[in-house]
Design a protein around this ligand. Structure first.
Ligand code: FES
Length: 199
């Protein structure tokens, strides 16, 4: 008489294997599928674990982005002209206003504006003719026209966003259309009479 527990164990093991192999699609197959799936899942997790640090290493940190600045030589910008620069990967408009454009901005009562700011609020003291704004519409982020020569400056002589028709005046203030606020004036300072540092 065979040892019951030993035979039972052996028989059970043998029986199980025999049963699994015989019945393709049975427990054994499912177990092998599970093992394969588990192995793939582990590989997937490992892959993600390897890729994630690479992605995070490639992206500039928030600190780097926050600290980056752009120097712009404004000496060559004549009254009535604007240049496009890039600040933190976004367009930046720097515009030298004519006396007429300054007058048009100052003649507009600020309390009539959607986003009440004067030209003086948006320029540096002693440099009221230099308007520095982001070239990003405050509606949905299109780049407005009006900085390059010959571009449509809209009804108010500043910038015009063709995406949905926002019109900005000579101080870059929203006057008509869906944009909720004026074109953003970024932080900047004059580092010399002819150069500004943005950011
Ligand atoms: S994005 Fe400029 S008007 Fe809509």
């Amino acid at each position: 008489m065979a040892d019951t527990s030993g035979t039972a164990t052996a028989d059970t093991a043998t029986g199980t294997v025999a049963h699994d192999d015989a019945a393709a699609g049975g427990d054994g197959v499912r177990r092998r599928d599970f093992i394969n799936i588990a192995a793939l899942s582990a590989a997937g997790v490992g892959g993600a674990a390897v890729i994630y640090p690479l992605v995070t290493q490639m992206a500039p940190s928030a600190d780097v982005l926050a600290e980056s600045s752009t120097d712009v030589d404004v000496s060559a910008i004549e009254p009535g002209q604007a240049i496009k620069a890039v600040f933190r990967k976004q367009p930046l408009f720097v515009r030298r206003l004519t006396p007429e454009e300054i007058k048009a901005a100052n003649d507009t009562p600020t309390d009539s504006l959607r986003d009440a700011e004067s030209l003086a609020d948006r320029t540096k003291e002693g440099h009221g003719d230099l308007l520095v704004t982001m070239g990003v519409c405050t509606h949905l982020g299109c780049v407005p026209l009006g900085a390059a020569e010959g571009e449509n400056q809209g009804e108010f002589g500043g910038y015009f966003c063709p995406c949905h028709g926002s019109q900005f005046d000579t101080a870059g203030r929203i006057r008509k259309g869906p944009a909720p606020t004026n074109l953003e004036v970024p932080d900047y300072e004059f580092t010399s009479d002819t150069t500004i540092r943005v950011g």
